[in-house]
Design a protein around this ligand. Structure first.
Ligand SMILES: Cc1cc2nc3c(=O)[nH]c(=O)nc-3n(C[C@H](O)[C@H](O)[C@H](O)COP(=O)(O)OP(=O)(O)OC[C@H]3O[C@@H](n4cnc5c(N)ncnc54)[C@H](O)[C@@H]3O)c2cc1C
Length: 496
């Protein structure tokens, strides 16, 4: 096990893409085996030393940034243990990078469905945040693919949980540990929305125990290795950028694409079924134009979508999409299509360029991000989009809207330039959050709560809901050492 105390080395672990400042730690610990990790955690638990777990450091909420104690970096747990084509599934260690899993799976004709667009994330990080990717429109978020987790608990004990083996009920929520101990999980009463959601702990009477550890943001355990479901790689993919003169046309296009795809899935008939439906507003297109000068100048919005094809279905599906495109006033001259891997790679890079550009500019300015991660139920989405539009119209704050419109989940990025604008952006973000919650949505659909969104979680679940989460944490981590200040303020643990 490596223990690094050099401030220059520690510095690299004091940031993620939230630009949250002020993190500090006395050391970075890099275990190579589960035995080393377990012994170190046992000692930290005895002494009450805080531990913050670090994956790839691409999170957007400061959740891997320590405020005291030690960082545990899982970078040496980086082996893919096996990939089964028959199942399709894989066993792997937590520190494997999403990109490495993606490439290894591709060699077997498979793919990891819920990878975020940032491929330097660790797979364990995607589980700990219940991350999603653009193709989550078809495949859903990470949660649905996690079949087994091996973890080290806060007391240092190794604990394994397999999906389907332990359901937690209100009157039966006891978890037996191998060492003879037990944990009674105080099952919470708050209701989680039935949409993609990464805001706090999963909770439901009758829930699978494994679901508690997905989206836990390093507060309940340290994930060491796991079994994940994979999907069979599509035989072919049609991907397309469609540019619109009016943003309302892009919204209507995505609405029809969403409804058509979902209807197709219900009756399993052949037909249009998007893998992803992604949105870009006019400001996002301005950023895209830095990377590709062919972005049409008169476009005010764009949709990127992907459709699985095969040699037998390619023509009919392409025709079907062209019909929807024409129905929503997009010119076919302003529609780009990629049918081969090279072109598709270029489109994926373009899609990824926007969050990267925003994060890079903020980093250069040393500024913190004000961005929504709100998703709302389908029937409230147009109300939410109009609310964003009306609120932003009256402000002079620079903003960029892009993201997973297929899942009623776009990221509104506010880029204030002065102290005054920062205060206004903060206030505006809160209005968006309140509106999203009022419409039955979530304050975090994929990034988690971390250290920067405590206030929003409380708007969503109320002080009592957040207190219920603190009680769950305390049941698993009575000495309160893991992932402090993630999901809720650590001060709450004294009251829980
Ligand atoms: C340009 C860009 C694009 C992005 N796009 C997306 C996107 O499309 N969808 C999306 O969901 N996210 C996206 N993200 C956010 C980020 O990639 C995800 O949140 C990712 O899941 C974080 O993984 P990580 O390994 O970097 O985790 P880190 O940032 O290192 O940590 C995140 C959290 O996971 C915990 N953690 C990490 N490893 C473990 C472990 N072994 N055991 C327990 N807890 C652990 C940490 O303690 C922390 O709480 C994007 C980020 C960037 C910079």
């Amino acid at each position: 096990m490596l223990i690094k105390k050099d401030p220059d080395i520690i510095k690299a672990y004091l940031e993620d893409s939230s630009n949250l400042k002020g993190g500090y730690a006395k050391e970075v610990v890099i275990p190579s085996t589960i035995e080393e990790l377990s012994a170190f955690v046992k000692e930290a638990n005895r002494e009450g030393n805080p531990l913050t777990i670090s994956g790839g450091g691409t999170g957007t909420t400061g959740s891997r940034i320590p405020f005291g104690g030690a960082v545990i970096s899982m970078e040496k747990f980086n082996r893919i243990l096996g990939i089964s084509e028959k199942e399709p599934s894989c066993a792997l260690q937590t520190g494997v990078l999403v990109d490495d899993l993606k490439r290894a799976a591709e060699q077997k004709g498979l793919f990891y469905t819920s990878h975020p667009t940032e491929r330097t994330a660790s797979v364990g990080g995607t589980v700990a945040t219940n991350a999603s990717g653009s193709r989550s429109f078809k495949y859903g978020p990470t949660r649905g693919y996690v079949n087994r987790l091996k973890m080290v608990l806060a007391n240092g004990e190794v604990f394994e949980v397999v999906r389907g083996q332990r359901m937690l009920k209100r009157d039966d929520s006891r978890v037996e540990l191998a060492g003879g101990g037990k944990i009674i999980v105080p099952l919470p009463t708050y209701k989680i929305p039935k949409i993609k959601n990464s805001a706090g702990y999963f909770a439901k009477d009758g829930m699978d125990l494994i679901d508690l550890f997905i989206g836990q943001e390093g507060t309940l355990s340290i994930i060491v290795d796991m079994d994940l479901g994979l999907a069979r790689a599509p035989r072919g993919i049609l991907s397309s950028f469609v540019f619109f003169r009016k943003e309302e046309d892009a919204w209507a296009f995505s609405d029809e694409a969403r409804r058509t795809s979902k209807a197709k899935r219900l009756d399993d008939s052949p037909g249009l079924d998007a893998l992803s439906i992604e949105y870009f507003d006019s400001n996002a297109l301005r950023i895209l134009a830095f990377k590709d000068s062919n972005v049409p100048r008169d476009a005010h919005a764009a949709i990127f979508f992907e459709q699985e094809t095969s040699p037998e279905t390619e023509d009919v599906l392409t025709h079907g999409w062209l019909e929807i495109i024409s129905r929503h006033n997009a010119s076919l001259d302003n529609t780009w299509a990629a049918m081969n891997e090279k072109e598709q790679g270029r489109f994926a890079e373009l899609r990824h360029y926007i969050p990267e550009w925003i994060n890079d500019s903020l980093r250069k300015e040393g500024a913190q991000k004000f961005a929504t991660d709100i998703a709302v139920p389908e029937d409230s989405f147009s109300e939410m989009m109009n609310f964003y539009k009306d609120t932003l119209m009256g402000s002079c704050i620079e903003h960029v809207i892009f993201g997973h419109i297929g899942e009623c989940h776009v990221h509104v990025n506010l880029l204030p330039k002065s102290e005054d604008e920062r205060a206004k952006a903060k206030e505006m973000l809160k209005r968006f959050i309140k509106k999203g919650v009022l419409l039955g949505g979530t304050v975090s659909a994929e990034h988690g709560i971390g250290k920067t969104k405590h206030e929003y979680l409380e708007i969503m679940y109320g002080a009592s809901g957040v207190m219920e989460m603190a009680r769950i944490k305390k049941a698993f981590d009575p000495a309160c050492i893991l992932g402090l200040d993630n999901i809720f303020p650590k001060a709450l643990l004294r009251l829980a």
